[in-house]
Write a protein that binds this ligand. Sequence first.
Ligand SMILES: Cc1cc2nc3c(=O)[nH]c(=O)nc-3n(C[C@H](O)[C@H](O)[C@H](O)COP(=O)(O)OP(=O)(O)OC[C@H]3O[C@@H](n4cnc5c(N)ncnc54)[C@H](O)[C@@H]3O)c2cc1C
Ligand code: SF4
Length: 379
Amino acid sequence: MNPFAYSRPADIDAALTQIAANGTGDAALASSAGPAPGPDLAPAVNPATPLAANQYEVRFVAGGTNLLDLMKEGVMVAPKLLDINRLPYDAIEETPDGGLLLGALARNADTAYHPLVKERYPLLADAILAGASPQLRNMASNGGNLLQRTRCYYFYDVATPCNKRTPGAGCSAIGGVTRQHAILGTSEHCIATHPSDMCVALAALEAVVHVQSARGKRQIPFAEFHRLPGDRPDIDTTLAADELITHIALPPAPQFAGHSAYLKLRERLSYAFALASVAAALDIADDGTIRAARIAIGGVAHKPWRIPQVEEMLEGQRPSDEVFGRVAEALLAGAVGRGSNDFKIPLARNAIVRALHVAARGTVTNWNVSIETNEGDLQ
Ligand SMILES: Cc1cc2nc3c(=O)[nH]c(=O)nc-3n(C[C@H](O)[C@H](O)[C@H](O)COP(=O)(O)OP(=O)(O)OC[C@H]3O[C@@H](n4cnc5c(N)ncnc54)[C@H](O)[C@@H]3O)c2cc1C
Ligand code: SF4
């Protein structure tokens, strides 16, 4: 692990001032006792620009469950860490319109078990609880979850070329082992997937990411937060180099609370990343027809995959294999496997149909799971 300087700013202004020089290699490092930037660090850049993940010189650390692993493996370098755990963003608050504001520093476990999250957004609670382990969810923060990096094995193996780790090096996954890799939205430069479960639910719920820098505040719609790889797979998100995530806003969605499901398919029943996952939410009228739908899929692309026009295909329809099958085909249009991940195409198709059926029958959650309530779903 590279040596790094460490500080724990007491307030937002101190944190933003230190991060403002991110990527420029000047004030931030000059004010720290940290080492000189490594050879892969960027020359002066505009801090308002998203940076390749390896170009950050000052980096926030929250739970540390992803960043510290990557630093230990030598995948990421951070000459200076700013521990943000003293900042006042660990609350979960109601908004006047009936939505919720999730603090970026609220822990994943506290978020999933919060009574208002369980009541209003069971889809989100369920998705969070499908991820990692209880110990990890106790440490992991909401902001960090959004920014966790791919689990592509080549990305972690510094002995192999990887465009995400070292731009221009090549992609070892293309032509290599692709069991975990993407089938949608890939490029010739990267076929990695985004590993988060929480983000799949946030995409379906149309969350908005609130960010702040010394330049001001802005809000990023969830669909615009993560990027497809294109020719810059080293840049994961549209977050600028000097920006801190402060909150994640959930717009009111009471119409979906009674009919939602998060289905995660993985190599084993717990403690594994998704091969494919589906966040499905339906608004069902008294006569059984679908008024509105939200569907996002995970484990299949560089970001949670959602196509709002496909959701419109469900409006006015009744739940059926045929209707859900058409929706699945439309969501997966253009999906391409690369040998060892070909199986993901039928897997994702079946998962979409299954999750929509489960949602149509009524919300099933992990926290109140019982043989009685889930027996039908498991057949
Ligand atoms: C063994 C293991 C299994 C896992 N399984 C799953 C799984 O099945 N599903 C799943 O979804 N996840 C899984 N995870 C990932 C886990 O959810 C993430 O590691 C965690 O959410 C990251 O949060 P953190 O607070 O620890 O982030 P950190 O490691 O502290 O930070 C991650 C990144 O986010 C940046 N950052 C953090 N907070 C902010 C902020 N507020 N503003 C700006 N930048 C910020 C940091 O600079 C860093 O670049 C697993 C992790 C491990 C180690
Ligand atoms: S798929 Fe992306 S992360 Fe994996 S080796 Fe290729 S460039 Fe790197």
